[in-house]
Design a protein around this ligand. Structure first.
Ligand code: CTP
Ligand code: CA
Length: 238
């Protein structure tokens, strides 16, 4: 593990990394969102740049300090940043950049559902009446789509699974089920909740292959986790 920029094992490779969290509009001023900062995705993009890749970062609503990091970051010539808000925009950007990419990494927290309708005008409260329910519809699963279609032959497709253990299984049980369902080559499983994962600078992941078998383990800074994941990706590149 841990190439930390000296090894150019992604030279000549094109990679797409999605980062952050999507926002689904309720009306022109409101949205449904999530707490993803984009830190892990940006660390993946930076690690890939250091290893020689040409990178497209599809950035969905990054935390301000993460945006600042992207803007100050080195190697910008080899990094294209596409800013998106909604899942529909993220999907379009990832599919466009992914069409000729060697690797697609879905590190973004994608909203599972979106409001069925987005009115052009702000929703008003009517005095004395309760709130109108917001009908939701399911978003497309971008990772599963790309994993099953393979936008380019031999493309390596990587996902994340943020899990909490519950009565039906452990973090790893849920990760294994997800790995098999998604059809991706690699899934990085991490435990979230109780201050772990979201918004912090450290991460702890178990890397599974598409069959759900453990092929790597990494704990430490999000950059160290990123390099461990790229190590696993490099082994799978044709
Ligand atoms: N993902 C995606 N499109 C979606 C939902 C998720 O591409 N509509 C991707 C995420 O970017 C991540 C992986 O799928 O790489 C797993 O996301 P996760 O939310 O953990 O899985 P879901 O399939 O949405 O299952 P659930 O939320 O029910 O656990
Ligand atoms: Ca989800």
């Amino acid at each position: 593990g841990g190439a930390q920029g000296s090894v150019q094992d992604l030279a000549g490779r094109t990679v797409v990394v999605s980062a952050g969290g999507t926002r689904e509009p309720i009306d022109p001023v409101r949205f449904i969102g999530n707490r993803s900062s984009g830190r892990q995705g940006v660390a993946l993009a930076q690690a890939a740049l250091a290893r020689g890749a040409t990178v497209t970062l599809v950035a969905a609503n990054l935390a301000q300090d993460v945006t600042d990091q992207v803007e100050a970051g080195p190697g910008r010539a080899a990094c294209t940043v596409v800013r998106v808000e909604s899942t529909a925009e993220l999907r379009e950007a990832v599919r466009t950049a992914g069409a000729d990419a060697d690797v697609v990494v879905m590190a973004a927290a994608v909203a599972d559902f979106r409001p069925a309708a987005t009115p052009d005008a702000k929703i008003k409260k009517v005095p004395g009446q309760g709130p109108a329910p917001i009908e939701l519809v399911e978003n497309p699963d971008i990772l599963a789509e790309i994993a099953h279609e393979r936008l380019r032959p031999g493309q390596v497709v990587v996902g994340f699974a943020a899990e909490t253990g519950d009565a039906s299984g452990s973090v790893l049980d849920h990760g294994r089920t997800k790995a098999r369902r998604k059809g991706a080559d690699l899934i990085a499983v991490n435990a979230v909740g109780s201050g772990r994962g979201f918004g912090t600078d450290a991460n702890d992941v178990t890397v599974l292959d598409g069959a759900g078998d453990v092929v790597g383990q990494a704990a430490g800074s999000k950059r160290e986790v990123a390099d461990a994941l790229w190590d696993a990706v490099v082994k799978r590149l044709p």
